[in-house]
Design a protein around this ligand. Structure first.
Ligand code: HPA
Length: 235
């Protein structure tokens, strides 16, 4: 039991996939796992455990943004001793060659949030994924011939920004895409000595203003989950 997750110890697997949307957690568990049980309904932030090719895997919704994913990541790492956390999310492209439906595997996660400035007394920490997970996700994406990009992403605190061109500075520095959680996930996993990775499908583009309707996101969501499962068990 923890504050936001009503499971008993042992009910959550060592490997946890983390979509922002709890209904996507349910969809991923029901589509990819067998012998699925739901271990959490607190605040509607659904969590499920099942097996994938004989390996126990959980899928836990995190909500949106650094404060929300930080709550779930902290509790999974501290109270349930989960050791492999893989975010499966969506992101907005900041580069012309990163197209909607493509997959981005996050090699770094910059942020405009002050959460790590607070944590490190004004200094900067460089959050990074676990190399084994990252390399194995890239290898699996190559083998599956997926349209993917490996590089830096931005975890922003503001989905709706006052300055409509604010993203262009990050783009100039080669940042591929923007989402709202990876920087915190990488930081908290590092502190716990655990492994983390963020994989995102591109749901919209700040460059072209294109946005995929939710129904169209499903096939790239499938590819991303398979990639995450492959990376988790082999990385
Ligand atoms: N901004 C922030 N987070 C996102 C976006 C975006 O455009 N798209 C998907 N997640």
């Amino acid at each position: 039991m923890s504050v936001h997750i009503s499971a008993e110890r042992g009910e959550i697997a060592d490997i946890v996939l983390l979509p922002g949307d709890p209904l996507r957690a349910q969809f991923a568990a029901e589509t990819f796992l067998s012998d699925v049980t739901c271990y959490n309904r607190v605040r509607g932030m659904l969590g499920f455990t099942g097996t994938w090719n004989g390996t126990r895997v959980s899928v836990q919704g995190t909500g949106m943004g650094i404060p929300s994913i930080s709550i779930y990541a902290n509790e999974l790492l501290r109270d349930f001793e989960c050791r492999t956390l893989i975010r499966i999310g969506s992101c907005g492209s900041l580069q012309p060659d990163v197209k909607v439906r493509d997959i981005v595997i996050a090699m770094t996660a910059s942020t405009d949030s002050s959460h790590n400035k607070l944590r490190f007394g004004g200094n900067d920490f460089a959050p990074a994924p676990d190399y084994g997970l990252f390399a194995s996700a890239c290898r699996a994406a190559q083998e599956r011939k997926l349209a993917f990009h490996a590089g830096g992403i931005l975890s922003t605190d503001t989905f709706y920004q006052d300055d409509p061109d604010g993203w262009k500075l990050w783009a100039q520095y080669g940042v591929l895409a923007v989402e709202m959680e990876a920087n915190a996930l990488y930081t908290l996993a590092a502190r716990a000595g655990a492994r983390a990775l963020a994989i995102c499908t591109v749901s919209d583009s700040l460059v072209t203003r294109e946005a995929l309707p939710p129904a169209d996101r499903e096939s790239s969501f499938h590819q991303m989950i398979e990639l995450a499962l492959d990376a988790a068990v082999s990385g």
